[in-house]
Write a protein that binds this ligand. Structure first.
Ligand SMILES: NC(=O)c1ccc[n+]([C@@H]2O[C@H](COP(=O)([O-])OP(=O)(O)OC[C@H]3O[C@@H](n4cnc5c(N)ncnc54)[C@H](OP(=O)(O)O)[C@@H]3O)[C@@H](O)[C@H]2O)c1
Length: 317
């Protein structure tokens, strides 16, 4: 270090600014990962994105580079390379998506590398309804998350899971709940069951803030809006200016039977989100078993503005 001027006539010495935190982000080329990378950069973090070698030349990786993200191609089965890739990070964030080989196996490789590199904190790829207390077998994808949760809870690292309910963005398409054509809100069971919704952007903003916050607890729970099917009916009507009605398709027991039938007729076991798994997700939410416990942590980072379901539905009119 250069000697600092001293003495009564020297200018005040400004200490050098602390280096921005380094966050290692896995799954950065994915839909949520790209948003988390953007939000981390907005918050001043240095971001190192781990991508599989085949993804390195793709447009997503290029867009990360353009935002000032360091893109590092890494083979997850190469423990030494993965450990080097995690070195220096204050937090490893996973936004991986997949089945057992990703959620359990690749994430375990990432976790072990983070521990070996001495990284203090880890955020697993959860970003979902509260799967922690669900019965085994009630949702294939959540069983995998609990399996990984048991590993992460034994590891010498501070883990934080972000639980945000269903991505509200899915209400305008993929999730068959607010049906724009027939103007119905489809549900099973109780029209007054509260459900948790958060947009992907809000989830990414909160995750980025949590990645840079050394004091996070094991779980953080957020929801842009908590709304029952009955609330959704009113919201869809207000957002679109068209009168929506409730459509009760049956009891939760009937939905359970439909899941079994769909799984038999269309197993699609290798798909990450086959129709029967989406139905399992709805069952978990509509039964209240995956409801996020209150109070929610929405206020933890006061700069985040939570998007309401009404705005999501109005945006897709
Ligand atoms: N709450 C909700 O309603 C909701 C809805 C959707 C998703 N999610 C969750 O959000 C998270 C991110 O999902 P997403 O939709 O953003 O995923 P995505 O777009 O499918 O991206 C998945 C990412 O994982 C990487 N990846 C896949 N397999 C891998 C492997 N074997 N090894 C290393 N990397 C691998 C991909 O990298 P490459 O570029 O190399 O392929 C990609 O970056 C997941 O936890 C997902 O379950 C939640």
């Amino acid at each position: 270090m250069a000697p600092q001027p001293t003495g009564p006539h020297s200018a005040p010495v400004t200490p050098p600014a602390a280096a921005p935190a380094l966050i290692v982000l896995a799954g950065a080329t994915g839909a949520l990962g790209l948003l988390i990378a953007h939000q981390l950069r907005q918050r001043g973090a240095t971001v190192r994105a781990l991508v599989r070698p085949a993804a390195s030349p793709k447009a997503e990786a290029e867009s990360l580079r353009l935002q000032g993200v360091e893109v590092l191609a890494v083979d997850y089965t190469d423990a030494a390379a993965l450990t080097r890739a995690c070195t220096g990070a204050t937090c490893v964030v996973s936004a991986l998506s997949g089945l057992r080989e990703v959620i359990v196996e690749a994430q375990t490789q990432l976790l072990e590398a983070a521990v070996a590199a001495g990284v203090p904190r880890f955020i697993p790829s959860d970003y979902s309804a509260d799967f922690t207390r669900l019965p085994e077998g009630s949702n294939r994808n959540f069983d995998l998350r609990r399996e990984f949760m048991r590993r992460v809870d034994k590891a010498p690292i501070q883990a934080t899971s972000i639980l945000n309910g269903m991505f509200a963005d899915l209400l305008t398409g993929q999730a068959p709940v607010v049906l724009a054509g027939p103007k119905r809100v489809l549900y099973w069971g109780d029209a007054d069951q509260p459900l948790d919704f958060t947009t992907m952007v809000n989830t990414a903003e909160f995750t980025a803030a949590a990645a840079l916050d050394a004091t996070t607890p094991r779980y953080l729970r957020v929801a842009g809006e908590v709304a029952s099917p009955r609330d959704l009916r009113a919201t869809a009507t207000a957002a679109t200016g068209r009168e929506f009605k409730l459509l009760r398709a049956g009891s939760l027991g009937f939905l359970g039977t439909m899941i079994k039938v769909t799984k038999t007729l269309m197993p699609a076991q290798d798909d990450v989100f086959p129709p029967w798994q989406g139905m399992q997700y709805l069952h978990n939410m509509l039964s209240g078993q995956a409801k996020l416990a209150e109070p929610l942590d929405n206020g933890r980072y006061p700069d985040i503005r939570w998007t309401k379901v009404r705005d999501v539905l109005a945006g897709s009119k």
